[in-house]
Design a protein around this ligand. Structure first.
Ligand code: BF8
Length: 630
């Protein structure tokens, strides 16, 4: 449906917070281009059973649904009650998320192996210091060996972690002893990445998992295999290949698109693709071709978490988040949107068909209907990347200038805080940060992470919550699309210290850092785990003793469920802005929101109102401070 000027403006203000997004939502509405918000509207009312987690469509005796309030059925055909159906559905979602992170990791490690063996095109070993230190962690003998040989052995050792028979994941040893003791006691020490994910799938098969507690305890174990396994390996293997991030400035919002250049958006997750696109865009032949086609250059722009990967390491400008993928196309200024996988709307090529934009998909796992498919393989990575960029350049003359609208000015932000660079900024030890927390200058820290979700006005949850937290002297670290929301709002600039409480502001000003630190992509939540582990070890406590909280105000993805669960399992309370589909079972809710605290020192809470979420986060931090007698 096409909107008139006034109704489109009004609707755009309801859908998005930032003026650059509002402008393009309005344009899409006026041009009749369908977006996720329109599709959400068409789904109303959404299925109540589904929202409560009470429908089960796993086997051919179903689908079944439980009537939680009326006189309807209390059990599905197989005999599963509400508790079991809800817990199985949740474990299913979590396992999907853990699999997504871990399969991404496997591909990076395979590229590491092929690079070491000289079979990958365009890649090199960038952080060899990290390569050597992680190899040593794996017990590999590095003395006198060339980097390539160490990389080969490390890649094989990491690949072995997926289906390992040694029944332990190497990086869990980075966690403090008190934390791992809890995992051992509860029986949730992850035994292998694939094993826990396959084990999850087995348990949700009818006739296996029958007890909701047992099902959910395994969910914690599977999530730990993701956080301390798959995700952490993805982060470290990427650091070895592409470099460990350090702070830098860049820009964010749809205003980073450039009117006189070929705009290529890299969207998805895995840096093995986006890194090569960045390289290809610097190719003199392609730059010459761009100039012949009338463009002043080639502008590579990141989107979603592959954007975070490029941002952390190279400061490549970012167009935005999940909900920006269709808006970027609706600017009319994008020659190519190159995707790998995850968070890519399946209807993207249809959206692109309203403009000249070419959607180029690259993974055999994620072939997008209507898109150009250029299969990306490490052996020919740079050649394929050049072909992709060439396709974009050749598309430039087809851009219709009358339909182009690039909104506003890009916002600048500081990005690239790896655990190593934070430690470095503090002078090599966490003591200054610990002292500031003990003295109360900094009350504690919050990791605000995750997505956008059209059920919430875009960015409102992130920006409101984070602004409120820093005012209360709570240091914020961010990953994922959350960082873009707050970047657009100016919260990731050192000057944002002026928006923070006095104590936090003075620490930030002394160090020259923002009160909100960008720590990368969603798999880089593993950097947060490492930061917490390092701080806890320096104090001599468990992660569960630290005055820190996790939050995902606008999450949508199953990956966020896995992330939330591995933070809780590691001892960090997590506050969600969107209710998970568990409210059909009071027992499951009680376990996750309360009983877990006795088991892992943390639990989940749901608070859709970001101001109330800030109150809750502050009180959870104060509770942990009390536990530490500070
Ligand atoms: O990888 S890109 S929408 S799922 S936050 Fe969320 Fe954004 Fe997706 Fe995590 Ni990252």
């Amino acid at each position: 449906m096409q909107h008139d000027v006034f109704s489109a403006k009004e609707e755009a203000q309801k859908r998005a917070t930032h003026p650059t997004d509002q402008e393009i939502v309005e344009k899409a509405l006026r041009e009749g281009v369908e977006t996720a918000w329109d599709r959400l509207e068409k789904q109303q009312p959404q299925c109540g059973y589904g929202q409560l987690g009470l429908c089960c469509n796993r086997c051919a005796m179903g689908p079944c649904r439980i009537d939680p309030f009326g006189e309807g059925p209390r059990r599905g055909v197989c005999g599963a009650d509400a508790d079991l159906i809800v817990s199985r559905n949740l474990l299913d979602d979590l396992a999907v998320g853990a699999a997504a992170h871990s399969d991404h990791a496997r591909e990076v490690i395979e590229v590491l192996l092929e690079t070491a063996e000289g079979r990958a095109q365009g890649y090199r070993l960038t952080d060899v210091e990290k390569l050597r230190s992680i190899a040593a962690e794996y017990g590999l003998d590095t003395a006198g060996k060339p980097d390539e040989e160490i990389a080969r052995e490390l890649a094989l050792a990491m690949l072995e972690e997926f289906g390992t028979v040694k029944n332990r994941i190497q990086f869990t040893e980075r966690a403090p002893e008190k934390t791992t003791a809890i995992w051992k006691e509860l029986g949730i020490m992850p035994r292998g990445v694939d094993r826990e994910i396959v084990g999850a799938d087995h348990r949700i098969q009818m006739g296996v998992g029958a007890d909701y507690t047992n099902v959910l305890v395994h969910a914690l174990r599977a999530s730990l295999a993701d956080g301390w396994g798959g995700s952490m390996m993805a982060t470290f293997a990427s650091d070895i290949l592409f470099g460990t991030p350090s702070p830098k400035t860049s820009t964010v919002n749809l205003g980073v698109l450039e009117a006189d250049k070929v705009n290529v958006i890299t969207h998805g997750h895995n840096p093995i693709l986006s890194e090569m696109i960045v390289l290809a865009a610097q190719d003199p032949e392609l730059l010459e071709l761009a100039s012949q086609k009338g463009a002043k250059g080639i502008n590579v722009v990141g989107m979603c978490c592959t954007g975070n990967e490029l941002l952390m390491r190279h400061g490549v400008p970012v167009g935005g988040s999940l909900l920006d993928q269709e808006l970027a196309i609706a600017t009319g200024a994008v020659e190519a949107m190159v995707v790998d996988y995850q968070c890519v709307f399946p209807s993207l090529a249809e959206t692109a068909s309203c403009y000249h934009t070419k959607v180029i998909c690259t993974s055999e796992k994620a072939v997008v209907p209507g898109a150009v498919y250029l299969r990306f393989a490490p052996e020919s990575a740079l050649d394929t990347a050049k072909e992709i960029v060439r396709t974009a350049v050749e598309n430039f003359p087809l851009r219709n200038p009358d339909r182009v609208k690039i909104p506003g000015e890009p916002a600048s932000f500081t990005v690239g805080f790896s655990e190593e660079s934070i430690r470095g900024a503090l002078g090599g030890s966490y003591k200054p940060l610990i002292d500031a927390i003990v003295s109360g200058q900094i009350l504690g820290a919050a990791g605000v992470v995750g997505c956008n979700n059209p059920k919430i006005k875009m960015d409102h949850g992130h920006v409101t919550l984070v602004s409120e937290l820093i005012k209360r002297n709570i240091l914020v670290v961010e990953t994922g699309c959350a960082a873009y929301a707050c970047g657009k709002a100016g919260l990731l600039r050192p000057e944002a210290a002026d928006m923070a409480g006095e104590g936090l502001a003075s620490v930030c000003k002394a160090l020259g850092v923002p009160p909100v630190l960008h720590m990368g992509s969603c798999v880089d939540c593993s950097r947060i785990l490492n930061l917490l582990a390092a701080v806890a070890k320096e104090i001599g406590v468990g992660i569960g003793d630290l005055p820190v909280v996790g939050a995902a105000p606008e999450w949508y993805s199953q990956k966020a469920i896995s992330i939330g669960a591995y933070f809780v399992a590691s001892g960090v309370n997590v506050v969600l802005g969107i209710p998970p589909k568990i409210f059909g079972s009071a027992n499951v809710v009680e376990l996750l929101a309360s009983k877990l605290k006795d088991l892992v020192q943390a639990s989940f809470a749901v608070e859709p109102d970001p101001l109330k979420a800030a109150d809750l986060i502050e009180s959870l931090i104060r509770e942990k401070r009390k536990g530490l007698n500070i």
